[in-house]
Ligand binder design. Structure first.
Ligand code: FES
Ligand code: FES
Length: 333
């Protein structure tokens, strides 16, 4: 089976080429990748957990780069053995070209399967393979477009060096005509996104801050609550371009690295969560209240979390947790 696709990436060809040869970037693009370690130049050992219809298996195999044509493209191949599930192989010829807004990446991929996988039916296998390839290159686009300078792959690929390019030194956002410039959890972020991109999608899909959840996508559940310029907002109701220039804090950035926020501590102590799906949004909504300077009491707590739905804990313990966190904050002030 053969399938193809195109991505327009908001980055220069040098940067795209460097990232195509960067193992950390490749690893992040492989859905279900559990480990990725170097075997030799241009070849890595990988373990990938994948589901094809009813068959779910851990595939152990390799990822290989071959036929490099610096700045123009290469062949990317992957193959894995999934025990009784059978085996899968995929290879894609990747071609780069200049585009008005950056770089066009075209791929033509082929996939083959054997063993139990081959009995599932070619249409299902084909659609899963197509989705895997699409996910890989969509993730690649998201990672490479508008990378912050400190996220540039540290090591330049041999092929890029051989081509005499400045790929290793090129800032990853070189050539990015960003329409969203903001600070997220203290880090500067520059991205070019579609005008319709929601803030929650920028956070989850592009920045991989998946602690912010999506429950309804229609501003009902509050699972997507983050702090924008000090105020708790539902990030599914804010366009990324509207947030440009702002300062966003998500659940990942609420406490300093390696520490736990008073609200997180109190939710644990008061059993303010069960499945935890609503918890990041609840905590960010509560944080909006605690940092607003308003008095914290049952009434203001209920108002602060009235747009947040919890389907399993119930609200009593959640309210107690917020009260406890507010009490501790007062004691420590
Ligand atoms: Fe935003 Fe439900 S996902 S309110
Ligand atoms: Fe499960 Fe709130 S803890 S939805």
């Amino acid at each position: 089976m053969e399938f193809k696709g195109t991505q327009t990436i908001a980055a220069s060809r040098e940067v795209v080429w460097a990232c195509l040869n960067d193992p950390r970037t490749l690893q992040q693009c492989i859905e279900g990748c559990e480990s990725f370690s170097a075997l030799e130049d241009g070849r890595w050992q990988a373990v990938v957990l994948a589901s094809v219809g009813p068959v779910k298996a851990r595939f152990k195999g390799s990822v290989t780069i071959s036929e490099p044509q610096p700045l123009r493209g290469y062949r990317l191949s992957g193959e894995g053995e999934g025990g009784i599930a059978g085996f899968g192989k995929m290879n894609a010829v990747v071609t780069l070209a200049d585009a008005e807004d950056g770089t066009t990446l075209d791929y033509v991929a082929q996939a083959t399967v054997g063993g139990k996988l081959a009995q599932i039916g070619s249409r299902l296998v084909s659609s899963v393979a197509m989705k895997m390839a699409d996910t890989f290159f969509t993730r690649f686009n998201a990672l490479v477009s508008g990378l912050a300078p400190d996220a540039v792959p540290a090591a330049a690929p041999d092929a890029a060096q051989a081509a005499g390019t400045a790929a290793a030194a090129a800032p990853a956002d070189a050539g990015v005509d960003a329409n969203v410039v903001l600070t997220v959890n203290g880090r500067p972020v520059r991205r070019r996104v579609d005008d319709r991109t929601l803030l929650v999608d920028l956070l989850r899909r592009d920045l991989r801050l998946t602690g912010t959840h999506v429950g309804c996508d229609t501003s009902q559940c509050g699972a997507c609550t983050v702090r924008l310029d000090g105020v708790a907002v539902k990030s599914c109701s804010v366009l990324a371009v509207q947030a440009s220039g702002g300062e966003v804090v998500t659940i990942e950035g609420l406490a300093a690295p390696g520490t736990v926020h008073a609200l997180q501590e109190a939710f644990t102590a008061c059993h303010g969560l069960q499945c935890g799906f609503c918890t990041p949004g609840m905590i960010m909504a509560a944080d909006g209240l605690l940092s607003s300077g308003q008095p914290v009491n049952r009434e203001t707590i209920c108002t602060a979390i009235e747009g947040n739905i919890c389907r399993c804990t119930g609200y009593v313990n959640i309210i107690e947790a917020i009260e406890q966190a507010a009490h501790r904050a007062k004691e420590q002030a």
